[in-house]
Write a protein that binds this ligand. Structure first.
Ligand SMILES: [Zn+2]
Length: 383
């Protein structure tokens, strides 16, 4: 029994963030004709937020009343646990997103993205990702019986390629940089499939926003959220979720959004006036190694509007955070340690103080990068 029997699917609209044009929601669009990124707004009210809490569905499908979908297929994604830790008197709320079926928070965005493609009649989609997003999209596409073509750099780790093939994805290995991979994916999409890359498509954030809904159901007051920022899908998803919860009266304050970037990949921090570790380049934070994300202005605006801040961490700080997490039993990828490193920096700077409550989603499992974690451990042992 789906709660959609009680509430009709929510109305939603899509508009261009560059020129403001409204576009049709009945066709798949990932970018406006003017080149602008798209914004998707769902009409959420108190009754819809309440229906998510009291419905009979579980996990992500219980958010049907606030998702831009006609139907929410049953799923094992979502309802990840919260665990509390303490650091210098700061209460950390970890949301264990690495325990999602595909091993990352991106399962949530993939759920809405692929389900919408299916509703619009696509039997084939294209993405360009070698990381967690590719796995998340492939997993959901397999579940819904949709063919997925994944474009990735030839240099991608063999273990990741093997996992994508195991999930039924057709791999296209591209010689060249990330932009070249993107162009090849778009050329393929021009032949008919939906292009579902998570940097651009506006549905993705509405899957990710369910993290805020789940946290608010257990801990209504969060002072700050620390998120690793590459393309910004996590931070923008949380922002979307908290804006909807505020409008519906389910929370009373927007947490301060803290964008934590890695050295060498910090265009959002630069927009926020932060230039830590200039000249250094992180090798560890591969999940957020993006030099020019399409939504960087939108991310910086969300951070500013929340009263938040940006910061940048280097590999030394990330390694320290990985070891801190491993010592507490969190086997997560180095990118997931980036916000922990950012929090350590902000505590040292006095920008986060004892007594505050900080939410940190642990974004991705360490099980996909065990070699990297082993190297970090062995470097620590030699020191
Ligand atoms: Zn436009």
């Amino acid at each position: 029994m789906n709660d959609r029997n009680i509430l009709a699917p929510p109305p939603f609209s899509i508009s261009c963030q560059n020129c403001g044009d409204r576009i049709s929601t009945s066709h798949w669009s990932w970018r406006h004709a003017c080149g602008g990124t798209l914004r998707l707004d769902v009409a959420v009210d108190t009754a819809r937020v309440e229906a998510c809490r009291t419905g009979t569905c579980s996990r992500l499908d219980r958010f049907g009343p606030v998702l831009p979908l006609q139907h929410t297929p049953p799923t094992a994604i979502g309802d990840t646990p919260l665990l509390m830790e303490e650091l210098s008197g700061v209460r950390i709320v970890f949301k264990l997103e690495h325990l999602n079926p595909g091993g990352s928070f991106k399962d949530r965005g993939a759920y809405v993205t692929v389900a919408r493609c299916a509703e619009l009649g696509f039997d084939s989609i294209v993405v360009d990702s070698s990381g967690n997003a590719g796995v998340a999209i492939a997993l959901m596409a397999l579940y819904l019986g949709i063919k997925v073509d994944v474009f990735l750099p030839r240099s991608t780790l063999s273990g990741k390629k093997q996992l994508l093939r195991t999930l039924g994805a057709v791999l296209h290995e591209v010689d060249g940089n990330r932009m070249r991979v993107h162009e090849e994916a778009l050329a393929c999409a021009a032949t008919g499939p939906a292009y579902a890359g998570h940097w651009w498509n506006p549905y993705f954030a509405h899957g990710v926003k369910t993290i805020a809904y789940e946290v608010a159901g257990q801990i209504p007051h969060i002072d700050s959220v620390f998120a690793p920022v590459g393309a910004g899908t996590l931070l923008l998803g949380l922002h979307t979720g908290y804006l909807e919860l505020l409008a519906a009266g389910a929370v009373t304050v927007m947490p301060r959004l803290v964008a934590v970037q890695a050295a060498g990949f910090s265009p959002v921090a630069a927009e926020l006036g932060v230039f830590r570790h200039a000249g250094m380049v992180s090798r560890l934070a591969d999940g957020i190694a993006i030099t020019d994300p399409p939504r960087k202005h939108q991310i910086a605006t969300a951070v500013n509007e929340s009263g938040g801040l940006g910061t940048v961490v280097n590999d030394e700080e990330i390694e320290a955070a990985v070891r801190w997490l491993l010592a507490r039993g969190y086997v997560v990828e180095p990118t997931s340690a980036v916000p922990v490193a950012g929090l350590m920096r902000c505590i040292a700077d006095g920008r986060i103080r004892a007594g505050e409550t900080v939410l940190i989603p642990l974004t991705g499992t360490g099980m996909k990068v065990l070699d990297e974690l082993a190297k970090i451990r062995s470097r620590a042992a030699r020191q």
